[in-house]
Design a protein around this ligand. Sequence first.
Ligand code: AMP
Ligand code: MN
Ligand code: MN
Ligand code: MN
Length: 278
Amino acid sequence: MIDLHTHTTASDGSYSPTELVRLAEQSNLQALAVTDHDSVAGLAEAHQAASRTNLELVNGVELACRVQTGTLHMLGYFIDLDDRALGDLLGRMVESRRKRNPQIIAKLNQLGYEITMAEVRTLASGPIISRLHIALVMLQKEYVRSIDEAFGRFLGDNGSAYVQRIEPAPAQAIELLHGAGGLAVVAHPVHLRAADEQELGKKLKDLADLGLDGVEVWYPEHTAELTEQLWRICQRLDLAAVGGSDFHGAAKEYIKLGTGRGGLNIPLEILERLKSRL
Ligand code: AMP
Ligand code: MN
Ligand code: MN
Ligand code: MN
């Protein structure tokens, strides 16, 4: 079994890269991709930890891209960690987050919620502070009953404390990932909010025309029906089918590494097939 979608403390996961690699070993994973949000900062440490094991560690990243309907997440695999152009973009994205977070906090304060950047910062151990960290503080303070409520009412694209940040267009993300020697895979297509298989196929065809290499077909929040639709679309458009749990650790404790909500089981062959596209 493998897991191609995971987060560490370099973004909004609760396991350090070393701890995540250990957990992957304990879970008998054969391969692990670390795909932090807009960051590759956890990968050096992950490689160090993985070098003492049989685990195959894949360089990954999850880039937030701007599309008309909101945000699309693009997974990058096999990227060169020293690529200048990709590094420049990631640097600008971190900086844009740094500017956005106090603006979100100010909006929440205006709405009457007492929350400070210092409180949010205590939850983040890396350079990335995400809305998930803010949501966790709101949950701790019982301003919301769930993370979902925090996003639905305040932090999501239509929330009252939403603040936009720099996000590349999918075309730019795909180009940069390819430029860094990597592959581009659209994450959790359930979030594309397509009404039916035809619309889903159209959206993925548009991305395939931009050079997309694959689709995250197996994902804890995908129904069996959606998974089948995605599989068919991948066959038709000649896209690689991949999958992962989107493991975050304690921040999303109901998602387990490798198995997701329990039903995920992705064989090593999926990674081999993805690699053959390089
Ligand atoms: P950001 O990276 O600051 O844009 O924050 C987005 C992150 O928050 C995502 O990567 C998810 O991990 C998390 N997130 C977004 N929407 C939700 C939601 N409805 N419920 C739980 N977590 C979410
Ligand atoms: Mn996240
Ligand atoms: Mn995502
Ligand atoms: Mn993710």
